[in-house]
Design a protein around this ligand. Structure first.
Ligand code: PMP
Length: 399
């Protein structure tokens, strides 16, 4: 008799289901705007030159593959701290930051969630409305009650800032608040520096615990500007906060699963105690992270020459995204749809386009253009070869 007979079919990830339908679609000129991946101008996932160079160097060295420490490669975690908090951060000098290499940004979120559940068993978590689907999934799986704070304003395709502040102000002290550092997924709507300052003041005043998810550092304005939220929390005097960061996009290393979890503690001693608990948690899930991706990122970040090359390639990716946003807005306006100008104000790979579910269905059925039912499109999947096609199709389905 089977021991699994009672297991029912669990619904799959809707975004992955969309990709399967896209792959099966035989129509020429099909476009997949449903993905969460940066494609280059030729429609491929780029292999960065900086990554290629370090990979060749490492291959020539053929280093043995022993286990990494539970919290990862020190050269990786130290370089990550400087990138996330800034090389001159007083928090780093004071030994207040405990960083672990994790299995992607997703792994950082889950390890962080497990840590919080142990340290603050009764805390809730508040996520933006809407947020990346997996935020709810990960924190629910870790045993959290997930609540939402107002974020996106469908009327303006921008931020409902008064609503956000009002909702954050109602949270109980000790509530964890998940914040997107930049390039908000799925909306593309970010806070200005001035708005961040107000959020930091409120979080401090209400004694909330910020958990910053930074999956797109360098994808909008630049490495330091995109980390403005992290830097403002660091300067604020808040004693505890958390950052999960990912190199999946910024290094185009999706499948290498390169991320990190950084816990900011009140002092060096507290940071060491927190890190001992983080290590216990990691040990109980996957024991230690993998060697290759971490070695690639550390190798690039710790070489002046490769770092400069990477920064220029990262700048190229964000400039291409900006150009696609500008191109889409301009071409839509030329086709009689000037109302899409907000796309240029949004940041990062994604845009909440405002297209309805019915319009998204028509894009797919009539034009072989795939997007998510919420109207989220991946602007980083546009290129000069498919832009006209996408714009004409959008202009048709909104009529
Ligand atoms: N947070 C957000 C907001 C994301 O969009 C993503 C990736 N889609 C992640 C975290 C996870 O990143 P990773 O692929 O490195 O696990």
């Amino acid at each position: 008799m089977s021991h699994f007979a009672s297991v029912e079919m669990t619904p799959g990830d809707p975004i992955l289901g969309l990709t399967e339908a896209f792959v099966a679609d035989k129509r020429p000129g099909k476009v997949n705007l449903g993905v969460g991946i940066y494609y280059d101008e030729t429609g491929r996932i780029p292999v960065l030159r900086a990554v290629k160079e370090i990979e060749q160097k490492l291959a020539a060295e053929s280093l043995p593959r022993g286990y990494l420490p539970i919290d990862g490669l020190p050269a990786y975690t130290q370089a990550t701290q400087k990138l996330v908090f800034g090389p001159e951060s007083p928090l780093l000098a004071a030994g207040r930051v405990a960083t672990s290499q994790t299995i992607g940004g997703s792994g950082a979120l889950r390890v962080g969630a497990d840590l919080l559940k142990k340290a603050l068993p009764n805390a809730k978590i508040a996520i933006s409305s809407p947020s990346w689907e997996n935020h709810r999934v990960v924190f629910t799986a870790a045993g959290f009650d997930v609540v939402e704070y107002a974020y996106y304003d469908a009327a303006t395709h921008g931020l409902n800032f008064p609503g956000m502040l009002a909702d954050l102000d109602k949270l109980e002290p000790g509530t964890v608040v998940l914040l997107h550092a930049c390039c908000h997924n799925p909306t593309g709507v970010d806070l200005t520096v001035d708005q961040w300052k107000q959020v930091v003041a409120l979080v401090k005043d209400r004694n909330l615990l910020p958990f910053i998810d930074m999956a797109y550092q360098g994808f909008d304005k630049g490495i330091d500007d995109d980390a403005a939220a992290v830097r403002l929390f660091a300067e604020s005097g808040i004693e505890s906060f958390i950052v999960a960061n990912s190199y999946s996009k910024s290094f185009s290393l999706y499948g290498e699963r390169v991320g990190a979890l950084s816990i900011v503690a009140a002092n060096r001693d507290e940071a060491l105690r927190v890190q001992s608990l983080v290590k216990r948690i990691i040990r109980s899930i996957y024991s230690s992270p993998s060697t290759h991706g971490g070695a690639l990122v550390a190798g690039v970040l710790n070489s002046a020459e490769l770092r400069a090359l990477w920064e220029s390639e990262l700048a190229g990716m964000r400039e291409r995204i900006h150009a696609m946003r500008a191109g889409m807005v301009e071409k839509l306006a030329a086709q009689g749809a000037p109302q899409f100008s907000f796309i240029q104000k949004q940041a990062g790979m994604f845009s909440y386009s405002g297209l309805s579910k019915a319009q998204v269905d028509r894009l797919r059925e009539e034009h072989a253009i795939y997007a998510i039912g919420t109207g989220r499109i991946c602007v980083a999947a546009l290129n000069r070869a498919n832009l006209d096609n996408v714009v004409s199709a959008v202009a048709t389905v909104i009529r």
